[in-house]
Design a protein around this ligand. Structure first.
Ligand SMILES: Nc1ncnc2c1ncn2[C@@H]1O[C@H](COP(=O)(O)OP(=O)(O)OP(=O)(O)O)[C@@H](O)[C@H]1O
Ligand SMILES: [Mg+2]
Length: 266
């Protein structure tokens, strides 16, 4: 299997459009604009990029960034083997060579010296310097860089530099409206709309507590978990406690408040 085929998404991912993000993404891709997907955890960013890669017929290479990541983890490094040294491309280099969409998840976690390697790729140059190898590659015409960014999480110390931010167009993501979110939960779990809509209403109660004792609201991802358990025949109250309450907080008062919200509906 070629590199390109290996990263192609063969089956259509289920994605329910929320605003006009599909059209906006297609227009941005047409001019190969680097994009930033902004929004809280579990609101559909990863699912969206999988869907768009499928729709555009482009390979998708995803990299989960973390604070220990070095530029070499993105670009590549020399490896030792029986025949001596051998260069191995990193995921960003592979993406630039084969014309993939490269999705850097949580890029703000990476150190700044790692972040700057993407600069020449995200302006008119569209190049990537493999400094250790002494090679300058020009990105394939189909290549696009996409990063995700959760505005709530990081403290100011860990923000991206303006010179990085201002290389990207940005799409805002958030939890969808109640109707659309219920539709998503029903689709993902096989639950009836009515039960799905109850889960969404519980999430709305929880989301109102953001900033009042909770750092993050109940995500769409957690609602899918809850729905999956209920669809398996688990008592809805127990399912909600396990997926919508316990993961969010250890604070006994907050747990009581959330448990009470669950009891209103189940
Ligand atoms: N618009 C949507 N269409 C279809 N499914 C969705 C949508 N939004 C959320 N989901 C569901 O929510 C789940 C979580 O979404 P996803 O993994 O894309 O979140 P994320 O924004 O990438 O989160 P994180 O920032 O933690 O990576 C998906 O697996 C999917 O089941
Ligand atoms: Mg994600």
């Amino acid at each position: 299997m070629s590199d390109r085929e290996q990263f192609l998404i063969s089956e259509e991912p289920y994605y329910r459009e929320v605003h006009k993000e599909i059209e906006l993404y297609e227009a941005a891709y047409a001019v190969r604009m680097p994009l930033m997907l902004k929004g809280p955890t579990g609101c559909g960013k990863t699912r969206f990029i999988e869907y768009m890669a499928w729709k555009l017929g482009r390979p998708l290479i995803t990299v989960a960034c973390n604070e220990d990541m070095t530029a070499s983890d993105l670009i590549g490094r020399f490896l030792l083997d029986a025949n001596g040294t051998r260069w191995q491309d990193g995921p960003l280099t592979t993406a630039a060579r084969i014309g993939a969409i490269c999705y850097l998840d949580e890029v703000v976690e990476a150190r700044q010296d790692t972040t700057v390697v993407i600069h020449p790729l995200t302006d008119h140059r569209r190049t990537l310097l493999l400094d250790k190898k002494g090679e300058l590659i020009s990105a394939h015409p189909d290549f696009q860089l996409v990063i995700s960014y959760n505005p709530g999480y990081q403290n100011l110390m860990k923000d991206l530099k303006q010179s990085t931010k201002q290389r990207f167009g940005a799409l805002d993501f958030d939890y969808p409206s109640a109707d659309i979110e219920s539709e998503i939960i029903a689709h993902e779990t096989g639950l009836e709309q009515e039960a799905a809509s109850k889960l969404v209403q519980i999430a709305h109660r929880g989301r109102n507590l953001k900033g009042h004792g909770l750092d993050e609201g109940i995500s769409t991802r957690l609602l899918v978990y809850a729905g999956q358990l209920v669809a398996k025949g688990i008592d809805p109250k127990a399912a909600c406690q396990m997926t919508l309450v316990r993961p969010l907080t250890d604070d006994p008062d907050m747990r009581d408040t959330l448990d009470a919200a669950v009891s209103t509906f189940f």
